[in-house]
Unconditional design. Structure first.
Length: 217
């Protein structure tokens, strides 16, 4: 039994996860985005309630028409010139489309916060099952002998470094608009230029830091 799965098995698993999530949720897969939505679950629940309230397109159109009429009531109070013809198209920028014209657009609804939570829990459970299956599961409070030899063996300093590193990773993820799963798996798969640059940046930085730690320091 090998210590790690073969590379092709990991590639197939990642591809199946990415495609399956896109088919199920109609969204691209991204861990940092799911984490952000789970942390702000109250905001997400309010958005979901608003979506459910206006799920009926006719109710939404009626509510928008009422709100527009109330907000722009002064516009409707302006008198119409006597020479204006009702047969001509209205020049009112707030007028709706003609009755015989169908401009119905069905927007994509946001992914429920429960789906994001299930994704994050599944990642944890999947790693737990894999470690138990290979007999490598054990709890530890440090990063292993490699981290102790290269960085520090002081447990307090180790906690501070890991905390600062986690904050920097989170900041960089939000600054880049995605993480390795969102940019690396989905963005690069779609040949998105932004994702390609972002992926090259964080992977290149990781390679450079690893080289400095193992070859220089």
């Amino acid at each position: 039994m090998s210590d790690y799965w073969p590379w092709w098995a990991g590639a197939v698993g990642l591809a199946a996860l990415t495609i399956g999530y896109a088919l199920a949720a109609d969204r691209s897969f991204g861990v940092s985005g799911s984490w952000d939505r789970v942390l702000h679950w109250r905001r997400e629940r309010n958005l979901e309630r608003a979506e459910e309230e206006f799920a009926d397109e006719r109710a939404l159109a009626a509510a928008l028409a009422t709100a527009t009429d109330e907000h722009f009531s002064t516009v409707s109070a302006v008198s119409v010139p006597s020479h204006a013809s009702t047969a001509e198209p209205s020049s009112d920028p707030f007028a709706g489309p003609p009755a015989d014209e169908d401009r119905t657009v069905t927007p994509r609804r946001p992914v429920p916060v429960v789906t994001h939570a299930a994704l994050l829990i599944s990642i944890f459970v999947g790693g737990l099952i894999a470690s138990l299956a290979f007999g490598r599961f054990h709890l530890r409070s440090d990063m292993g002998p490699g981290f102790r030899d290269l960085v520090t063996a002081d447990p307090n300093a180790m906690i501070v470094l890991l905390f600062v590193g986690g904050v920097l990773v989170g900041f960089g993820t939000r600054l880049a608009g995605g993480c390795s799963s969102g940019h690396g798996l989905n963005g690069c798969g779609r040949l998105d230029p932004v994702s390609i640059v972002a992926t090259a940046t964080f992977f290149g930085t990781a390679i450079a830091v690893s080289f400095l730690l193992w070859k220089v320091v």
